[in-house]
Design a protein around this ligand. Structure first.
Ligand code: AMP
Ligand code: GLY
Length: 426
């Protein structure tokens, strides 16, 4: 099979490494890819949101299957365009991707079908939102831009002044563009967060092993929100009991709700969960694999991922037994100095130990090859990932490998996995 992967970050690198293990596959292409991915797949320079360009590329390379990994092209309808031209795909169509593309849609879906989530109200004008927040007078509160905002569309103001400023930034200054035409104001929930990615063909839902992201830039969950500074799998807060509750109250009801709405979801549905004192609640849905969750989940997958993609397309996922390893997996993100604010690019990276340390894989997120050298080209640069018999063993390997890698200004969190190790759930 000839497979084309759309995207160019660490998630895509992890997907490609897993696809490469399939005996069914003899050629992998990726667009736009990155420096590290270019060692594993032929990279092209068609942008990840260029629908016509991707359809043309799929034709040019005679792709048998196109995996659309990022949110934006899914929400824009890339899968629909590829299917129309007869290409098999992995990823939801636009009608289903709206579950991530519009927070107003996903909150209304949960309310309508009784899926546990934070209480909320939707606003299409800033004064009504400000009046509501003022009257409610409960802080912190949570303000979410309706549409996609590069993962930055969530504000958690601690005071009324900050909340008013936030509403104005999103709805009047349009810092997230049209994504801020509507906002959701919701109740602030507390509890550990769990990410669960799940395969679904619309008939059945098969959750993957759980993981925990670390979204803040600095140790101790301080600093700005990022795309994710590291992940661990499994997430110890996701006990068997919690998993059962999520399956009954969240996963199956969500798949059924999407079917009832005429928006059958096929692909990877990401459940961002919070385990609150009142039970598990949905913080957000994503219509795709998470980044960097994928980097710690897929290394534990023992089943051929291409067989899973095929089962989803054939509607036979229920018949496939998906196997996972019992090992733990950890990913420490090495980021450019300054990230998530502005940062330099083109800085040489040295000391990569990929393939030299047992059980360690370095997934590339923001790298490029310039004059034969590997250089930085993004905020999140590398995901230094390790499998180990348990979390401490995997973490030790990830951090050993991190210490050998250098680029000027590199920063990484030193406490990935700390919260998971402190869990006392069993
Ligand atoms: P999101 O982009 O929806 O994943 O939100 C980013 C982060 O904001 C989440 O990972 C949570 O840590 C936090 N967050 C979002 N919604 C809430 C909520 N209702 N209560 C508490 N924290 C939240
Ligand atoms: N790691 C969170 C996300 O992929 O949205």
């Amino acid at each position: 099979m000839r497979i084309l992967v759309i995207g160019g970050g660490g998630r895509e690198h992890a997907l490609i490494r897993k696809i490469k293990q399939s005996p069914k596959v003899d050629y992998i292409a990726c667009t736009p890819g990155n420096g590290g991915i270019s060692y594993d797949a032929e990279c092209f320079d068609v942008g990840a949101c260029d629908i016509d360009g991707v359809v043309a590329l799929a034709k040019q390379i005679s792709a048998d299957l196109v995996v659309v990994a990022p949110d934006d092209p899914l929400v824009l309808g890339m899968v629909d365009a590829l299917n129309k031209e007869g290409f098999a795909t992995f990823g939801p169509n636009a009608a289903a991707a709206i579950i991530e593309g519009s927070k107003v849609f996903s909150k209304n879906l949960m309310l309508k079908y009784g899926i546990p989530t934070a209480e909320y109200k939707v606003f299409d004008n800033p004064q009504d939102a400000i009046d509501y927040i003022t009257e409610k007078n409960e802080f912190p509160t949570v303000i979410k831009a309706d549409g996609l905002a590069l993962g930055k569309g969530v504000l958690i103001p601690e005071t009324l002044d900050d909340a008013v400023a936030g509403v104005k930034e999103i709805m009047e200054d349009k810092v997230f563009g049209d994504s801020g035409n509507n906002i959701v104001v919701e109740e602030f929930l507390t509890g550990p967060e769990v990410s669960v990615l799940a395969f679904t063909d619309g008939n059945c839902v098969k959750p993957m092993v759980s993981s925990m992201d670390h979204k803040r830039a600095l140790d101790g969950d301080k600093g700005l929100n990022t795309g994710g500074m590291g992940t661990v799998s499994p997430n110890p807060y996701y006990t068997d009991e919690v998993a059962k509750e999520c399956m009954e109250k969240i996963f199956i009801p969500t798949i059924e709700a999407m079917n009832k709405e005429g928006r059958t979801f096929k692909g990877c549905l990401y459940f961002g969960l919070m385990i609150t004192p009142k039970g598990a609640k949905v913080i957000e849905y994503n219509c795709r694999f998470g980044d960097p969750e994928t980097q710690v989940v897929l290394p534990r997958l023992k089943t051929d991922i291409v067989e899973i993609f095929e089962a989803i397309n054939n509607g036979t996922l229920a018949d496939l037994d998906i196997e996972w390893s019992d090992e733990a997996c950890t990913c420490v993100i090495m980021a450019s100095g300054g990230y998530p604010k502005s940062y330099p690019k083109g800085i040489e990276i040295t000391g990569l130990t990929d393939g030299q340390l047992d059980g360690v894989t370095v997934y590339h997120a923001g790298t490029a090859i310039k004059d034969g050298k590997l250089v930085t080209s993004g905020g999140r640069v590398l995901g230094v990932t390790a499998l180990g018999e348990d979390l401490p063993a995997a973490l030790a390997k990830s951090y050993d490998a991190v210490k050998a890698i250098n680029f000027d200004g590199a920063h990484y969190r030193k406490d990935i996995g700390k919260r998971a190790l402190e869990a006392n759930c069993n």
